[in-house]
Ligand binder design. Sequence first.
Ligand code: UD1
Ligand code: MG
Length: 477
Amino acid sequence: MQNCAGVPVLRFCLSMSEESDKSSSLCCVILAAGLGTRMKSDLPKVLHPLCGLPLLEHVLRAVGDAGCARTVVVVSPQAQLAIAGLVGERAAIAVQPQALGTAHALRCAHDLAVGATDVLVASGDTPLVRAETLRALVTARRQIGAAVALLTFYAEQPAGLGRILRDPHSGEVEAIIEEVDCTPEQAQIHEVNAGTYCFDGSWLWSALEQVQPNSRKGEYFLTDLIALARQQHRTVHALLTRDPEEGLGVNTRVDLARAEAALRRRINERHMLNGVTLVDPDTTYISPEVQIGADTVILPGTHLQGKTRIGRKCEIGPNTLIVDSVIGDRVRITYSVIRDSQMDDDSDAGPFAHIRANARIGAHVHIGNFAEVKNSALGAGTKMGHFSYLGDATVGAQVNIGAGTITCNYDGKDKHPTRIGEGAFIGSDTMLVAPVEVGAGAKTGAGAVVTRDVPPRTLVVGVPARVVRALDDAEQA
Ligand code: UD1
Ligand code: MG
C-alpha cells in the first residue's frame, strides 16, 4: 500500500492488513444504476433518505468500515452528478449507459476494479448490511478459495427475491433462481439472496462475459454466475446471516419504511446499551450520527437528527425535535424545536420553545413557553419565561426578559442587532426597536417601546421610551 510509509497512518494500515495479506487486494463495487422504477420517484432510489442519510451513504460507510481501500460505484447517466456529489473522494464512479441488469452493471466497473484478487459486490439499495458481515464474506472466500461467497438469509416473505437452490443431498448451493423464473415449488423456498457477494477476481471478469440475457426480462442477471461457477466445478460458499434485516433490499417505499424501522431499532438499542433511557423506543427517532451521554432520558415523540450531540443526565421530550445542535449536561427540553444551536449545561427550554439559527443559550438559562430565539446569544442565568422573541440579539448574564418582549429586528429591508447588558430587567411587553442597546443593569417599564439606546442603570418607560431616572443599587434587578 503506497500510503503506508508515514507514521500517522501506520495503525490504519495494520488494521487493514488483518484481513489482507500482501498478495491479496480487495475492491468493492456498489451497484447503484438501477432505474428504481418501483419507488415511483424523481429522486434516484439510492439517494432516498433512511434515518436521515441516503441509502447509498449507509452502504458506503459499511464498505469503508470493512476495510475496502478501493471502491467503485456504478451509476446511471441520469443520476451520475447527484451520486458523484455524495460519494466525493471515497469512490470512483463507473457509468452504466443503460440499465441492462446487475451482471451488466458489474461489467461496467471492470476497468476500475480489474486486478483486485477479491471483488466485493454490494447493492446500493441494501443499506443494513454490516461491515463485519462484508469482512466475513471476504475472509470466507479467501479461506475456501471459492469462486464466490454470497450472503443469504431467511425471508418470511421471499416475494421478489432470488431463491437459493441447494443440492438436496449435499446441501451445496447450486443456483439462484430469480422470481420470474421460479416454478411454484421454487417460489416456496425461503432462503434468499441478499445481493451481496465476494468474487474471486481472477475468475469473475471472464465469467461475466458468459452471462446471457434472461429469457423473460432481457436483463443480464448477476445471479446467473452461481450456476456458472457450479458448472465449472468451482466452489460456491453461502454465508447465512442470522439477521434477515441485513438483506433487506429497498425496492419500494414499503421496503423503505421497513428498513427505517429496522435501522431505528438498531440505533435505539445501541443508545440504550450505552446507558440512555428511551421511555418508548418505538416513538423515538434518532439519526445515525447523533451522540447522547449516559443517564439522559428521552421521552416519546422525540426526533434527534443530523450531527446533534446531547450531554449526560438530560431530559429530552416528549415531542421534541433537535437538529444539528449541541446540548450540554442536565438540560431539559420539553415539546420544543431546536435547530443549528447550542444549549449549555443546566439550561432548559419549553414547553413550546423554538431555538434556531445559531442561537447560543448559556448555562442555567431558562427559556419558557412560546419563546423564540434566533441567532442570539443569551448569557448565563438569563430568564426568558413567556411569549417572547429574541432575534439577532446579544444578551448578557442574569437578564430578565419579561413576558411579551420582542426584538423588532427587521425594518422591512434589513435585520438589525439588539444588545442587552448584564443584569438588565426588560419589563413585560417591551418592544426593542433595533438597532438598539440597553445598558447593564437598566430597566424598561411594561409596554415600553425602546427606540433609542438606554444608558446603564437607567429606568425608561413609555412610547417611545424616555429616561425616568438613574437607578440606585437598591433598585437593581
Ligand atoms: C436483486 C437480485 C436478487 C436479490 C435482491 C436482494 C439480481 C438479478 N437479483 O434483485 O437475487 O434477492 O437483489 O435485494 O441481481 N442495478 C444496476 N443496474 C441495473 C440493475 C440494477 O446498477 O441494470 C443495481 C440497483 O441500483 C440495485 C441493485 O443493482 O442497487 C439491485 O438491483 P434491483 O433491481 O434492486 O434488483 P432486485 O430485484 O432487488
Ligand atoms: Mg433491490
